[in-house]
Ligand binder design. Structure first.
Ligand code: SF4
Ligand code: FES
Length: 248
């Protein structure tokens, strides 16, 4: 396959970016999207040009590092799929593909397709943990947890912190991410103890980072590679209100 790529190139956070056109030759349909970019970068390096900067780590949908807008859709639009799991067989020979970084005030571009997602780390620092003593593994296994709660908590815990939900949202809201992180701890007995403090401080950190509010368009859920449900946002709103009332 031969593809035309329109790639966002931006030297650094302060430079003005622009789309630059590249030809991707000899693309094998079984390559992942990132492997295709690796090949383009090898060509650029051979020609003495600056390779395209993009984030990746695990390349198996686990770490949440890959973060590309592909033809205007976060992670490329294949349901439940991160960019690193998207294969070139989903494109046709001769296609033109636009590749951009996440766009959100809270995720400034560092270089080309790489954005700074430290705002997510700050939200986790604000409360995405359990600090009470939970004992050892046998203690954890000894606490009965209703099956529904257990499964919901595991669904929420599958969030990989990629930020696609923010990139897809017209308000650049991080509420799907934050609600998943709040729910995966708050649904389990070990995390319930700090539930009120957690929701108040994580939401405060989210607001301070400059993320927008949720207007329930559902665009976040549609692009989420882990198919995190909007229901978690509704749960977070209820938890937040209860915690506020309790604090008052
Ligand atoms: S909720 Fe989904 S899209 Fe948002 S950070 Fe988590 S895995 Fe990524
Ligand atoms: S590179 Fe780890 S999830 Fe894509």
């Amino acid at each position: 396959m031969t593809l035309t790529l329109k790639v966002w190139r931006q030297r650094n956070a302060h430079a003005t970016g622009r789309f630059v056109e590249y030809q991707a030759n000899d693309v094998i349909p079984d390559m992942s999207f990132l492997e295709m970019l690796d090949v383009v970068n090898e060509d650029l390096t051979d020609r003495g040009e600056d390779p395209i900067a993009f984030d990746s780590d695990c390349r198996e949908g686990i770490c949440g590092m890959c973060s590309l807008m592909i033809n205007g859709v976060a992670h490329g639009g294949q349901r439940g799929t991160a960019t690193c799991q998207l294969h070139m067989r989903h494109f046709k020979d001769g296609d033109t593909i636009a590749i951009e970084p996440w766009r959100a005030r809270a995720f400034p571009v560092i270089k080309d397709l790489v954005v700074d997602r430290i705002a997510f780390d700050r939200i986790i620092e604000a409360g995405g943990f359990v600090s009470v003593s939970t004992g050892g593994t046998p203690d954890g296994n000894a606490i009965p947890i209703p099956k529904d709660d257990q499964e919901l908590a595991m669904d929420a815990a599958s969030c990989i912190g990629c930020g696609a939900c923010v990139a897809a949202c017209k308000n650049a809201s991080a509420m799907l991410f934050v609600s998943a992180k709040i729910s995966h701890l708050g649904l389990l007995p070990q995390g319930k103890v700090e539930k009120n403090r957690r929701v108040l401080s994580m939401v405060k950190s989210m607001d301070e980072a400059g993320f927008g509010g949720c207007t329930v368009t559902g665009s976040c859920e549609a692009v989420c590679p882990k198919e995190i449900s909007l229901d978690f946002i509704a749960q977070m709103n209820r938890d937040y209100l209860k915690a506020l009332l309790k604090r008052e």
